[in-house]
Ligand binder design. Sequence first.
Ligand code: GCO
Ligand code: MG
Length: 409
Amino acid sequence: MRIHSAEVVVTSPGRNFVTLRITTDDGVTGLGDATLNGREMAVRSYLEDHVVPLLLGRDASRIEDTWQYLYRGAYWRRGPVTMAAVAAVDTALWDIKAKCAGMPLYQLLGGASRTGALAYGHASGRDVPELLDSVRAHLDQGFRAIRVQTGVPGLGTVYGVAASDAGDGGRYDHEPARRRPLPVVETWDTPAYLRHLPTVFEAVRAEFGPELPLLHDGHHRMTPIQAARLGKSLEPYDLFWLEDATPAEDQAALRLIRQHTTTPLAIGEVFNSVHDYTTLLGERLIDYVRSSVTHAGGVTAMRKLLDLAAVYGIRSGLHGPTDISPVGMAAALHLDLAVHNFGIQEYMPHTPATLEVFRTSFRFEDGLLHPSDTPGLGVELDDTAARGFPYEPAYLPVSRLRDGTVHDW
Ligand code: GCO
Ligand code: MG
C-alpha cells in the first residue's frame, strides 16, 4: 500500500486549522492535525514544500520508519513547525493503518485501559461571581473536573477568561488567536495575580466543597520563586494541578518550585520532543505531561513519551484547547484510552462551525470522553465545508508589564 497523494487543507471555521490528508493508492485516507496557532502557514509550507514530495510512493504501512526518515532525515530536527508537520504525517498514517485493520486506533495501541477519559472543562469569569456561575454551568454540562481562571483586579483582559465580546455567549472557543493584522497587547502584573488567586480558590472551595478536582494554568508568567510561593499558598485548596507555572523551556526552574510545594505540577504544552522532558521526568519534577499529539511528533512520539513518563509514575494530561483540531483531539483520546498512566484530558468543545468541517465521532458523557469505535481516528474532513471558511491571519496576544516590558503571555 503506497502513498498516492498528500494534501494540506487550511480552513478557518472561527479559527485556523491545518490538516494533512494522505491517500493511499487503494483509496484509503488518513488525517493528521498540523495546526500551530498563530503560525499556521509555516507548517503548511514545511509540509507542502518539504514533506509531501518525500511521501509520494512510500509504503504507507511503515509508520516508524517514516517518522525516523522525516525526523532524522531533515538533519534540522525538533522545533514546533517541524514537529507539527511530522505529527500530521504520523497521525494520518496511524489513521490509515487502523482503518485498514477495521479497528479504532486505540485497539492498535493495546486496547482500552479504561471506559473513558476524565475530561476537564474551562470555567472562567472576569470576577468571582461570574466564575462561580461558569463553574456551575460546566457542572451542568457534565464536567467532573474544572479549570479555574479569573480576571485580576486592576487588569483588563487576562489569559484564560472568556472574552465578553466573544459574541458567542461567553464561550472560550475563540481565545486567543484574534483575527487582526497585529497581535493584541495585554497588560500583566504578577504580584497582583499572586495576591488575588488564593482568594479565588477560597471562594470556589467554599461554594463547591472539597471533592471537585480543580486545575489552574499559570501560563508561563511567574519566576521560579513566585511559582513556589503560589504553589504553597494554594496548598489548602488541594489543586489537581498547577500548570505552566514558569516559562517551560527552563527545566531546572521546576527544581526550585518542587522543593517548596506539594501542589502537583503540569507542564509541556509548548514542548515538542521527549528531549524537553528528560530532566523533568528523571528527577520527578512534574506530575503531568501536557504535550499534544499535534505538537510533539504525533501518536508514535507521544506514546514513547508517555511510556517514559510511566517509568517515573508520571501521568498524562494532554493539551486539548480548541487550537488542537478535532483530528488532534481524536488522536489524543485514543492514547488516553489505551495508556496505563492516563491522568486527565483537557477538553474545550469545538464550535458548531468547526464540527461542520470536521465530522467527529468521539463523545462526551458523564464527564468522560470516548474516541468511539469507528475504525481509524473516527474523524473525517468535509472539503466543501472547509472551503467555505478561508484562512484569515490571526495572532496570539502579547503581554507587557505595567511599565511596558514585554512579558511571557
Ligand atoms: C491551555 C493552553 C491554551 C494556549 C493555547 C495557545 O492550557 O489550554 O494554555 O489555552 O494558550 O493553546 O495556542
Ligand atoms: Mg495551558
